[in-house]
Design a protein around this ligand. Structure first.
Ligand code: GRF
Length: 196
């Protein structure tokens, strides 16, 4: 049984989708939900699901990313995860950290990578006049929002879309894509999942 740690910063809707998927004959189970923000709504949702939680607040460490990541590693080592899922985790990780977890750490990004790495992806897709948009799950490497693609889901851009309406449509698809990718990844299959 693969042990999965899920890292969040916010509401944790992707964490909930992932946790709900890991039942029955699924080869993985959630063993930790960790947030860098003490007030993240996802922490209460994880507790309600009976999943152990931890908070590693990045603020006391200021610009010292290595110190923050040392605290992160301590919390992770206690949970002994085989796989880490970044799910709305809004901290940039150093190359050293990503190297330690390379091949075992996934992220979901709300764009069709390699388009729109970084932030504000929905506004950027609208500004570009794209007719389709979506989300991507990839292995985390030292390069931000780069790494081998494990899944991609497309959604149409509708006339009159705002960044908010588009984000909602993408988020709903994230909740389908990420669990499908995690199951395949936990089974040792890196064939990309393509939806939409
Ligand atoms: C959302 O913007 C989602 O697109 C991205 O992370 C943000 C928060 O997601 N992956 P969640 O509800 O905390 O999972």
């Amino acid at each position: 049984m693969k042990r999965v740690a899920i890292l969040i910063s916010g509401s944790g809707s992707n964490m909930v989708a992932l946790a709900r998927s890991m039942t029955g004959d699924h080869p993985a189970r959630p063993v930790l939900v960790l947030s860098n923000r003490p007030g993240a709504g996802g922490l209460a949702r994880a507790e309600a699901m009976g999943i152990p939680t931890a908070v590693v607040d990045h603020r006391p460490h200021g610009k010292d990313r290595a110190a923050f990541e040392a605290a992160l590693d301590a919390a992770l080592d206690a949970a002994r995860p085989d796989i880490i899922c970044l799910a709305g985790f809004m901290r940039i990780l150093t190359p050293e950290f990503t190297r330690r977890w390379q091949g075992r750490m996934l992220n979901i990004h709300p764009s069709l990578l390699p388009k729109y790495r970084g932030l504000d992806t929905h506004a950027r897709a609208l500004a570009a006049g794209d007719t389709e948009h979506g989300c991507t799950v990839h292995e985390v490497t030292a390069e931000l929002d780069d790494g081998p693609i494990l899944g991609r889901a497309r959604v149409p851009v509708e006339p009159g879309d705002t960044p908010e309406t588009l984000a909602d449509r993408v988020l709903a698809m994230e909740h389908l894509l990420y669990p499908a990718v995690l199951r395949r990844f936990a089974e040792g299959d890196r064939t990309p999942v393509l939806l939409g």
